[in-house]
Design a protein around this ligand. Sequence first.
Ligand SMILES: C[S@@+](CC[C@H](N)C(=O)[O-])C[C@H]1O[C@@H](n2cnc3c(N)ncnc32)[C@H](O)[C@@H]1O
Length: 279
Amino acid sequence: MTEAAAQLSSAGLETARLDARLLLGYATGITQEALIGYPERAVDGDALARYRTYIERRARHEPLAYVTGEKEFWGLTLGVTAHTLIPRPDSETLVAVVLDALPDRNAPWRILDLGTGSGCLLLALLKELPNARGVGVDIDPSAVTQAARNAQVLGMESRSHWHVGCWAEGVSGPFDIVISNPPYIPAAAITALAPEVAEYEPHLALDGGVDGLICYRQITAELDGLLAPGGIAAFEFGIGQGAAVRDIGIHAGLRFVTSAHDLAGIERCVVFSTNVRKA
Ligand SMILES: C[S@@+](CC[C@H](N)C(=O)[O-])C[C@H]1O[C@@H](n2cnc3c(N)ncnc32)[C@H](O)[C@@H]1O
């Protein structure tokens, strides 16, 4: 493991030792606790070959989650592929703010997740809302396949439906909750992102057009008739985009409810509601 950590370190990875240990566990099936106690244990031929391949991939800055094919989100283990954005801890803010906005977690909420990727946001909400059902939409058919697979592995397939489409095209509502973490990086800024993101994560999941805000304009324009009276729409956005996203929602006829900050104190999402209250 020391040799592998040195290889990752010379490739410029700050988390070299941790990554080397996580990948060793993944290649061998040995627990992290056992590896911490005895890091230089002998590894058999097949596992060693797997480990070397994983280390080579990580040394080329491929994200750990793509090498292992999984990522934890909201206590769920989700499968990820090169077609799905790797779920970020920051996105748990969106899940938390939606849950806070609901008066009753046992109600049969109808949820629409636009740009579902791995399905992380919808699956996290379904985990917390036992009688809710949801539709996850993505323009990338491979992402939709992976989201459906994640739902199946987690036993949530009967409460979820996965659909290939451009935002809400072909989807019929109404929904009580619409969520989206759309692509929000200004197109020209993508190449300046860390190689882990710019070279490996799907550009369909990153590219928010010239100003990074195009998807919010498209999505909010589609909410009329899709959102039930009194329903809520919650969006994640990038650093410094809060005021602009609020304005876009208000301009589309939504009522601003609240915004929420992530654990680093960065304003990260906004909740709107329809202007009509549920009877
Ligand atoms: C930032 S990623 C978010 C993925 C996931 N919801 C998450 O939070 O990790 C944005 C997602 O939107 C999808 N997407 C981009 N344009 C879209 C469109 N016009 N209609 C539907 N989905 C789209 C991308 O394929 C990508 O999966």
